[in-house]
Design a protein around this ligand. Structure first.
Ligand code: DON
Length: 307
């Protein structure tokens, strides 16, 4: 497959729509990012990189961190994760509170904010006992991306923490139902650090390649998840990874994916490659507008999807 030629065609085609939508502004530090960015990268199972545009520019991964958090928690705890968080699409915005009361503090899925707060609580419990809660997820991502200098942007983390009133409400609410074991502030701070991790499209495409390779990091041969678990995480990406737009996204793109309000979307073609696109202006559900159109074009032009 000539991915480079396809990426160049996609880039040329989306140029007129880059910047359509709105850059996330509820986290003040994110509002400073230019909507004019666009980058896309593919990393195949041999480690070959295809890229175009701003594919090497680091950006705030935001909710894409929820994919790595869940992977790590599932790797550590297995199915017991599902006693505390569900696996159904929510059909509501990623920061909605409404279902939490009806469902007694058990979030619908791990990719909405409430679910990721529970996953962060699981990780916090695991790593606090071992003295490494601060950096555990970052270390895990460094290994997946094969890049030791990945870190988080302190200004973004602090900007989010100062304004994360909705996440604080959810965390307190879940605590009241007994579904958060650690101190609410500790969990919120860890969550905001995770969202503020900075990576480029190339880093992210590389970091999700293990999922395209049935749970095994292709270059190190390390098994992060067994084949069945990798299938399950990928299924959750398809059904819940792009929030209340997940049905439309699956219809248009046909790949498991996970988005973030920084404008990044990771996706994977099982057995083939990891993919990441970045363009900061978002549609109403919080997914990159140009990014999702680029992914739709990529699957149309390549004829490859999971269907
Ligand atoms: O908690 C928040 O609202 C953000 N740090 C992350 C939200 C997010 O990325 C949702 N994505 N589309």
């Amino acid at each position: 497959m000539d991915y480079q030629r396809i990426l160049d065609r996609v880039h040329a085609a989306v140029k007129p729509i880059i910047g359509t939508g709105n850059v996330a502004s509820y986290i003040p530090e994110l509002a400073k990012v230019s909507p004019a960015h666009f980058g896309i990268a593919i990393v195949d199972l041999e480690g070959q990189v295809y890229r175009t545009g701003d594919a090497e520019v680091p950006f705030s991964i935001q909710s894409i961190s929820k994919l790595f958090g869940l992977t790590l928690a599932f790797h550590l705890e297995g199915d017991s994760v599902w006693t505390r968080v569900g696996r159904e699409p929510s059909g509501t915005p990623f920061n909605s509170l409404v279902q939490l009361e009806q469902e007694r503090g058990r979030p619908r899925n791990p990719f909405i904010n409430a679910g990721a707060l529970v996953v962060t609580d699981i990780l916090f419990t695991h790593y606090a006992a071992r003295g490494g809660a601060e950096n555990a997820l970052i270390k895990f991502i460094r290994k997946l991306a094969d890049r030791p200098d990945i870190g988080f942007d302190r200004a973004v983390a602090e900007s989010e923490r100062r304004t994360s009133h909705r996440n604080a409400a959810m965390a307190n609410f879940m605590k009241s139902f007994g579904n958060l074991n650690n101190d609410v502030n500790d969990v919120l701070e860890a969550y905001c650090r995770h969202c503020a991790i900075e990576m480029s499209c190339v880093d992210l495409a590389r970091a999700v390649t293990f999922l395209a390779n049935h749970g095994v990091v292709p270059w190190s041969r390390e098994e992060v998840l067994d084949k069945s678990s990798a299938k399950r995480i990928s299924a959750l990406m398809l059904t819940c990874g792009t929030y209340d737009a997940a049905g439309d996204f699956a219809y248009r793109v046909g790949l498991p994916a996970k988005s973030g309000v920084g404008g990044g979307i990771v996706a994977l073609m099982p057995g083939e490659c990891g993919i990441c696109v970045w363009s900061p202006a978002l549609e109403a559900s919080g997914n990159s507008y140009a990014g999702s159109i680029a992914l739709e074009m990529l699957t149309s032009l390549s004829g490859r999807s999971i269907f």
